[in-house]
Design a protein. Structure first.
Length: 325
């Protein structure tokens, strides 16, 4: 019996030139193509002569079940997602269905089903490439869809990301039935960010109806936003210049950008003077209480207390070693 195979294929943004060679090869190799109808349309010229199973937006589990059924028949199935199959894509629900059915990785036995994940560029990558360099420092992605995730969970994540000064990519920001979630996200961010924080809204990246709009945090909800949009919210250092959204990596903290020379008190290849070691030294020298330090740095008091205790223990051990020597 021919071994069945499920290939979880990330199409990237959807344009053929931005699709990986392996993604195209996987589609060519497949007997059956399964996917959301819009994604099928993106690769219409690649699936001629194959069995094509089209599903609607909310039928992710049905897609995975169809893929498993075909693979059990010994067929090679390409289960396609836009972007990357592992980022809000079909990889997760497919493995849930597989494990529920008792699947295990192939061991060479008859009837084994092979699974391959073919990565693709996710929306945050493609949208960032179109607007500049907004993700060159720490960032995170949060979906505003509450179809499967409770809103309090989403709200806590939004609040934490906003407070921690992450650049944030908002997926699934708004739909015909979900119009308030983006407003609530804005409300949470405005509690921690300046109103003029740069925001980029990209719709249908690298597709025929691509649209890019630069705005600010306080004005973003007045912009055109839908399910085909990705919203990129900058951090406290992000700026827009000459039509490009850029988040500095932090080189200016350490070097003179024009000359490339390290600033006073800094050394190339070493942690910042305000890095962990320098920060701990400053804590010890501050004379402030743990609670005062916690409030000033926005960190849990028990974290600061434990860190200082570890540092004091290390210092005592070092002194003891030196005395013995």
């Amino acid at each position: 019996m021919t071994r069945g195979k499920i290939m979880l294929v990330g199409l990237g943004p959807g344009s053929v030139e931005h699709m990986s060679g392996r993604a195209r090869a996987a589609i060519a190799e497949a007997d059956t193509i399964i996917g959301y109808v819009t994604y099928i349309r993106l690769v219409a010229d690649l699936v001629e002569g194959k069995e094509v199973v089209k599903k609607s937006m909310t039928e992710e589990l049905d897609r995975a079940i169809e893929a498993l059924d075909r693979a059990r028949q010994g067929r090679k199935v390409a289960l396609i997602s836009s972007g990357d199959a592992g980022v809000y894509g079909m990889a997760g629900p497919t493995f849930e269905v597989l494990f529920q059915a008792g699947w295990t990785p192939p061991t060479g036995q008859p009837g084994d089903i092979e699974v391959e994940i073919v990565p693709g560029a996710s929306a945050l990558n493609t949208c960032a490439a179109l607007v500049g360099a907004p993700l060159t420092h720490d960032f995170c992605a949060i979906s505003l869809s509450d179809l499967l995730t409770p809103w309090p969970v989403i709200a806590r994540r939004l609040n934490a990301a906003a407070a921690a000064d992450f650049v944030v990519a908002l997926y699934n920001p708004k739909s015909g039935r979900r119009s308030r979630q983006i407003v609530e996200a804005q409300r949470l961010f405005l509690a921690h960010r300046r109103p003029d924080t740069p925001v980029a809204i990209v719709k249908s990246a690298y597709r025929p109806r691509q649209r890019i709009e630069f705005t600010t945090l306080d004005r973003m909800t007045a912009c055109e936003i839908g399910m085909l949009s990705t919203v990129l919210i900058g951090n406290s250092n992000t700026f827009v210049r000459e039509g490009l959204m850029v988040t500095p990596r932090g080189y200016a903290n350490k070097y003179d950008v024009e000359s490339g020379a390290a600033r006073d008190g800094e050394k190339a290849g070493r942690s910042l003077s305000t890095g962990l070691d320098g920060w701990l030294e400053a804590l010890r020298a501050s004379g402030e209480s743990v609670d005062e330090l916690a409030r000033r740095h926005g960190l849990p008091a028990d974290y600061i207390a434990a860190t200082l205790a570890d540092t004091n223990d290390d210092a005592a051990a070092s002194a003891e070693d030196a005395a013995v020597a």
